[in-house]
Design a protein around this ligand. Structure first.
Ligand SMILES: Nc1ncnc2c1ncn2[C@@H]1O[C@H](COP(=O)(O)OP(=O)(O)OP(=O)(O)O)[C@@H](O)[C@H]1O
Ligand SMILES: [Mg+2]
Length: 317
């Protein structure tokens, strides 16, 4: 059995437009058809899972197909919820005299770039940690590579940020208290920071748990996507995230005729060989170019069946 089929969490990533959403949806469908309970999560702000399945997804879990539940994460909504959560927390921590000013600061901070990403990551992390009892597999359809790499680095970045905040807080407390008091009362702010750090570490551990979580890199057999995928595979390896498959999409069929196609097919052949060479250590999967765009259950099923085939790593030239 391919390693990929043993994972509980799969990320589908790659350059813009290569077929991430199509392939993530097809994989989710393939596993649901096997009787698995699957959650398909769209994290790309330009959600297109609804279009592919021709069924509305929402920010709450909703059954799309027997055994297949979908969610489209609404980044604006999550950012709002995140900020409200933070406000609630500080309301517990601060006296009313400075609460107004603190809230004003937070409201200001909420318009800064990056808040949506933090909130999106928070929601993804929540799904990865709390939803694994309800689902056999959670599939994340991600936005183009740069965005996703930033997301995967987030626990690391935030951990150092939280550490810096905790350090400052400890120093402040040293000044504010005399020796006898120091350390005798647990500080609520430090405790909140600590909890936040633990949560992030939980998500980070899950991301790096190779037998549990894997990243499928989708590309098309062309020069730029090959280069970008090679770089992404390396970054993922550096981040200790397991790349469990390279999915080559839109491969030209062998039976085409005409000079144009033959020339194109010849060029593609060199790219296919290059992919085999450069991604030698990874399981490869191949999906052909279809006559039409892929949407609707029928089309998706064709790809699902190809992905589920145990010999998918061998065919196509
Ligand atoms: N094998 C294929 N044959 C024909 N059309 C395909 C194939 N795979 C994907 N497509 C089409 O290519 C377009 C882009 O696919 P998709 O939306 O899955 O890419 P994406 O990587 O998720 O894009 P984005 O980066 O914008 O999220 C869609 O119109 C889809 O129907
Ligand atoms: Mg997409």
């Amino acid at each position: 059995m391919r390693d990929l089929f043993k994972k509980r969490i799969l990320f589908f990533g790659g350059k813009g437009g290569v077929g991430k959403t199509t392939c993530a949806s097809a994989m989710a469908l393939a596993r649901a058809k096997e009787g698995k309970r699957v959650l398909l999560v769209s994290t790309d702000p330009a959600h297109s899972t609804s279009d592919i399945f021709e069924k509305p997804f929402s920010r709450e879990e909703r059954e799309i197909y027997p055994g297949l539940t979908g969610i489209e994460i609404d980044a604006d909504f999550e950012a709002r919820r995140y900020i409200d959560g933070v406000k609630e927390q500080i309301a517990k921590l601060f006296s009313s005299s400075i609460l107004k000013e603190a809230e004003r600061q937070i409201e200001l901070a909420s318009t800064m770039p990056g808040v949506e990403e933090v909130a999106l990551f928070d929601r993804m992390g929540e799904l990865m940690v709390t939803h694994m009892d309800s689902y056999d597999l959670v599939v994340f359809d991600t936005a183009p590579t740069g965005h996703t790499m930033r997301l995967l680095r987030m626990p690391e970045l935030m951990a150092s940020w939280i550490e810096a905040l905790s350090r400052r807080r400890r120093n402040l407390m040293k000044f504010g208290q005399n020796i006898e008091q120091a350390g005798s009362e647990p500080d609520p702010i430090l405790a909140t920071l600590e909890r936040r750090k633990e949560k992030l570490e939980g998500v980070r551990a899950r991301l790096m748990q190779h037998n549990f979580t894997g990243f499928v890199l989708v590309l098309v057999p062309e020069r730029l996507p090959i280069e970008e995928s090679a770089r992404t595979a390396e970054s993922l390896r550096d981040a200790n995230v397991n790349v469990c498959g390279i999915l080559v999409n839109r491969v030209l069929p062998d039976d085409l005729e005409g000079d144009f196609y033959l020339a194109r097919r010849r060029q593609e052949q060199t790219y296919r060989e290059e992919i085999r060479r450069r991604f030698a250590g990874y399981p490869l999967m191949w999906i052909p170019q279809f006559e039409t765009d892929v949407y609707g259950l029928k089309n998706l099923e064709r790809i699902s069946e190809m992905l589920a085939r145990p010999d998918n790593s061998a065919p196509l030239g």
